[in-house]
Design a protein. Structure first.
Length: 144
């Protein structure tokens, strides 16, 4: 069973983050440049929130506000759920589904060490299932 650490080992430990004091417009430019759907909002080493495309769509566009005039801290999600590297991908998927979130920062020793998305989790689960299917086919066809 794969863990969050396995996912990070595969995808990398890059963490894209912004200050709570930059404009939403600047944060959107970083999302586009890095081709990601979320940025951690950091003050030094502390994660104080997460800024996602969903935050932008629901808290700026739908209410008729302007991204160049707003700061990230005004629309970020301040209550961030974290996962640990040893958690299984199945547990993460269940949490993401239950809590209706698409991104989890990964914490180890009280430090953010990565960020995983629902896409990362689904890819890992599909990969595991495909390996199991291949092994079963090999067993059935006597290729072992």
């Amino acid at each position: 069973m794969k863990t969050v650490r396995d996912v990070l080992d595969y995808k990398g430990y890059d963490i894209w983050s912004v200050s709570p004091e930059i404009s939403v417009f600047e944060a959107l430019k970083i999302l586009a440049e890095k081709d990601v759907g979320a940025l951690l909002v950091m003050e030094g080493e502390d994660c104080v929130g997460i800024f996602t495309e969903r935050d932008y769509a629901r808290k700026v566009i739908l209410v008729g506000r302007h991204s160049k005039e707003m700061l990230v801290h005004e629309i970020m999600t301040p209550k961030v759920m974290f996962v640990r590297p040893e958690q299984t991908v199945e547990k993460c998927l269940a949490l993401m589904t239950d809590k209706r979130v698409r991104h989890f920062p990964v914490m180890e020793d009280e430090k953010v060490v990565g960020l995983i998305s629902i896409g990362d989790i689904v890819r890992a689960i599909i990969h595991d299932k495909q390996l199991m299917i291949n092994e079963l086919e090999d067993y059935i066809w006597g290729r072992r």
